[in-house]
Design a protein around this ligand. Sequence first.
Ligand SMILES: NC(=O)c1ccc[n+]([C@@H]2O[C@H](COP(=O)([O-])OP(=O)(O)OC[C@H]3O[C@@H](n4cnc5c(N)ncnc54)[C@H](O)[C@@H]3O)[C@@H](O)[C@H]2O)c1
Length: 450
Amino acid sequence: MRICMIGTGYVGLVTGACLAEMGNDVWCVDVDEAKIEGLRQGRIPIYEPGLETIVTRNAEQGRLRFTTDLAEALAESLFVFIAVGTPPDGAGAADLRFVFDVARQIGSAMESYKIVVAKSTVPVGTTVKIKETIAEALAGRGRSDLEFDVAFCPEFLKEGSAVDDFMKPDRIVIGTENNRTAELLKELFSFFTFREERMFAMSIASAELTKYAANAMLATRISFMNELARFCERVGADVTEVRRGMGSDGRIGSAFLYAGVGYGGSCFPKDVKALVHSGREAATPFSILEAVEAVNDGQRGWFFEKILRHYGGKLGGKDFALWGLSFKPNTDDVREAPALDLICRLLEAGASVRAYDPVAEENARRTLASCPAVEGALAEGRLRFGPDNYEVLQGADALVLLTEWPLFRKPDWERIRSLLAEPVLFDGRNQYDPARMKAAGFVYHAVGRA
Ligand SMILES: NC(=O)c1ccc[n+]([C@@H]2O[C@H](COP(=O)([O-])OP(=O)(O)OC[C@H]3O[C@@H](n4cnc5c(N)ncnc54)[C@H](O)[C@@H]3O)[C@@H](O)[C@H]2O)c1
């Protein structure tokens, strides 16, 4: 089948490459000329396990092409996917500017029947507005005779395992206005699952809300565990033991029950915000989600306070080695990453930071530029990035773990002790065993483990 993917970011590039891998002809379109030029030359703009292999193979075999020319890509395609960003606006709502820009461009350029599928996460009602926007653009050029259908198919891939998630989805949600479009989309996605019961055809509004509901539920579990962790510390319990005990209940399950430094990334924070905003607008507020957001916002400060308390409220002159910058392992995405927030707080408090991340340093440097303390800290040599996870430890007052990369799971504790000035560890991801850390001579601070 012939497909046009508009927006070649984390979702668009993975989706486009996976659809090409299944034998479809895919055009990936983006307004970012440097990104498209790089992709044409074989440079993959993001770190995602397994992505480079399938992009390279399909580009070489001519099934995956890259362009900034939407009209060129549109002309050949039946399915047109919209996978542009929907970041939060100032009020917390989803900013739909990019989505409607694309809808106008589709209406201005299409010359034959299309199925326009929104994949960007958008509030209920947006896909219908996409349809109206395309129809207006068609009318504006006197081509209201051209037919098209719209659909909403939310994307559930997870950064860090995006290719696998797309190739072997738990479920595929297809929101359409008519059966014909639903059947065509089922056929397209049948490449990825033979199991009919994993495909859920539903109304567009339900499909739009399903995506937000799923992310909001996962975020709720995380905030619940973080609040429970704070309580555990007060009453002498261990949140990891409580998690094992409660997660073994088949009705609860163990996923997303990990206390830590709060959720980050490009989806949970903005999607919870957007749903809270939509709830208020509809006069049916999501009081649970408002609390979820507040707990998450507070969690980073809570962890920072833990560090501050250890040093009697004074961090000036302290030197921290920090492991992990991305918002989670196996990705270079640092959007809303707790590590960057903590670096900013430490620098503002007068401390120094030497950070290491296997792949996210470049993105972190760029994003950290918006922290007011960074420019001065860089000039004073109070912020630097190391070439590996041991180099940054040399003479540091403590190690802070913020992203649970596999590389950090079983480090050489003797070597770490010999490199640090003081054997102090702040574990923001509850990666290590408190008893073992104590036996290894460390002062160990974790999350919710009294
Ligand atoms: N990243 C994830 O893990 C994930 C998972 C599920 C759903 N989503 C949703 O998918 C959408 C995209 O997310 P992302 O992380 O891939 O974003 P992204 O920022 O990585 O990529 C968006 C891309 O769209 C391009 N773009 C913007 N305007 C354009 C236009 N007019 N024409 C062509 N390209 C244009 C940008 O240049 C950018 O390359 C969002 O709505 C997000 O909520 C993301």
